[in-house]
Design a protein around this ligand. Structure first.
Ligand code: ADP
Length: 163
C-alpha cells in the first residue's frame, strides 16, 4: 500500500492545502495529513482545533486521515508505514527551503521520498498567514478557506476583539 504523509501547520487549513490533499488522495492509496505540534511561533488554533477543522473538510475523501506529530517528521513517516512526504509548491520562493528540507530528510532517512505537487494556480498566493492577516484586519476570507470552517475562523477573531 502506498501511503503518503502531508505535513504542515495548517493554522488554519486553506483551499490551497485542500487542493494538495485532493490531488494526493488521487495518487496514493492512503494520505495522512500530519499537523505539526512543535512550533516555535505561537499558533492561532490549537492542534486539536486544527485537526478537527481538517476532519470536517475531508469527510468526502475516504482514503485521507488526520494525525499530528512532534519531533522528526521522518520518524513519524516510518512509524506510519508511509514511504512518501508530500509538499505543496506555490511559487519559486517555496522551492529553496523545500529543496533543503527534502535533502535533509533524505539524509536522515534515505528510503523516504519527498514529492512535490503544484497547487492550482488560483491558490498560488495563498498561505495560512495571509488568511490570518486578512481576517485580523476585517477583510473577507470567504474564497480562501473551506466553508466548513469559515465561521469558526471568523469567531476566533471576534473572540479576540472582545477579550
Ligand atoms: P502555510 O502557513 O504557509 O500555509 P503550512 O505549514 O500550513 O504553511 O503548509 C503545509 C504545506 O502546504 C507546505 O508544503 C506548503 O508548501 C503547502 N501549502 C501551503 N499553502 C499552499 C497553497 N496555497 N498551495 C499549495 N501548497 C500550499
Amino acid at each position: 500500500m502506498r501511503i503518503a504523509v502531508y505535513p504542515g501547520s495548517f493554522d488554519p487549513l486553506t483551499y490551497g492545502h485542500l487542493d494538495i490533499i485532493q490531488r494526493s488522495s488521487r495518487v496514493f492509496d492512503k494520505v495522512i495529513v500530519a499537523v505539526v505540534k512543535n512550533q516555535s511561533k505561537k499558533p492561532l488554533f490549537s492542534v486539536d482545533e486544527r485537526i478537527e477543522f481538517i476532519k470536517r473538510c475531508i469527510s468526502n475523501l475516504p482514503n485521507v486521515e488526520v494525525d499530528h506529530f512532534e519531533g522528526l517528521l521522518v520518524n513519524f513517516v516510518t512509524n506510519k508505514g508511509a514511504q512518501v512526504i508530500i509538499k505543496g509548491l506555490r511559487a519559486m520562493s517555496d522551492f529553496e527551503y523545500e529543496f533543503q528540507m527534502a535533502l535533509l530528510n533524505r539524509k536522515l532517512q534515505s528510503e523516504v521520498e519527498t514529492m512535490f505537487l503544484m497547487t492550482d494556480h488560483k491558490y498560488s498566493y495563498l498561505s495560512s498567514s495571509m488568511v490570518k492577516e486578512i481576517a485580523s484586519l476585517g477583510g473577507s476570507i470567504q474564497d480562501l478557506v473551506p466553508e466548513e470552517i469559515l465561521q469558526d475562523i471568523l469567531d476566533k477573531y471576534s473572540e479576540k476583539q472582545e477579550g
